[in-house]
Design a protein around this ligand. Structure first.
Ligand SMILES: [Zn+2]
Length: 313
């Protein structure tokens, strides 16, 4: 069992100012906690490459890439929406974040790693084909999924998104692609005010009301996701791993705990073990309470290592 940990110092270059919750310190918090827990020692570290234009254009319009390049500032911040800003280092970080997902897919397909966790930012699941927003520029998980389909010839890929916000960008990109099963759980009503009224053969949305605790979360997700996933029999599972549903994270009003992230990760791994040879490629999305983020990622990776109960050697 080998878990690849893919990151890059360039992901720290994206900085939307000292007050912004989507901050470089998030990656330090994750790294520090993995070291403290001893999990870091069992991971195999890789540098994220830059995604290529070909890889990005599988899910994004070329004109959108050109627009982002044109809007990239040489100094200061350029705001795309009220909360999503570009600094001079943003695009380079975004290319690394998408490149990490691609590299994770390549590593697990080559058998070099059983699964992969991409500790990257900016996050991706709100980015649409030609739209940035919600802290996102490139849809990292979608780029990874499209790479698995196009480059490795997979026919069925599942994406599990347990971030507390709906991944409207992923839904937009793969809505009409039956090769991709998208399962999402999210607070509703809340940003981006999408997903509650959509669904379909390849789209499993689980809206959760404010105040949803771990027990209700597990029941709702267990009822909706895993039979559908098992029937779909994915050949790879990608994860939009967001930890902003934690009770200590004030970005949302979900009330989840560390063990809920462990539970959902174990269940995802169980499906991946059954049909996908255990192949899971997980990419960081949200999570803004630094302490809860570190613990959530540790529980997630621990689960991917096959540790169901948290006692790590
Ligand atoms: Zn989120």
């Amino acid at each position: 069992m080998t878990i690849a940990y893919i990151s890059h110092p360039d992901c720290l270059l994206h900085d939307m100012g000292p007050e912004h919750p989507e901050c470089p310190a998030r990656l330090h918090a994750i790294q520090d906690h993995l070291v403290a827990r001893g999990i870091e020692l069992v991971l195999r570290h890789y540098d994220a490459p830059l995604a290529t234009e070909e890889q990005l254009c599988r899910v994004h319009d070329r004109a959108y890439l050109e627009r982002l390049s044109a809007e990239s500032p040489t100094e200061g911040l350029h705001w795309i929406d009220g909360e999503t800003g570009m600094c001079p280092g943003t695009l380079r970080a975004a290319y690394r974040a998408a490149g990490a997902a691609v590299h994770g897919v390549d590593l697990v397909m080559r058998g070099e790693a059983t699964s992969a966790f991409c500790a990257v930012r900016p996050p991706g699941h709100h980015a649409g084909r030609s739209r940035a927003g919600g802290f996102c520029f490139f849809n990292n998980v979608a780029v990874g999924a499209a790479h698995a389909l196009a480059e490795h010839g997979l026919e069925r890929v599942a994406i599990c998104d347990f971030d507390a916000h709906h991944g409207d960008g992923i839904e937009e990109i793969f809505r009409d692609d039956p090769r991709v099963l998208y399962c999402s759980s999210f607070e509703h009503p809340a940003y981006p005010y999408a997903g509650a009224d959509t669904g379909g053969e390849h789209l499993v949305n689980v809206p959760l009301k404010a105040g949803t605790d771990g027990r209700a979360f597990r029941r709702a997700v267990a009822d909706a996701w895993f039979d559908r996933m098992a029937a779909f029999a994915p050949q790879m599972v990608l994860v939009s791993a967001g930890f902003d549903g934690h009770a200590e994270d004030d970005m949302t009003r979900l009330v989840l705990g560390d063990d809920d992230f462990r539970w959902v990760s174990c269940e995802i791994k169980r499906v991946a073990d059954a049909s996908a040879g255990g192949r899971v490629v997980s990419v960081l999305e949200g999570g803004y309470s630094l302490s809860a983020l570190g613990r959530g990622v540790a529980a997630h990776i621990d689960a991917l290592l096959g540790n169901k109960h948290g006692a790590h050697p």
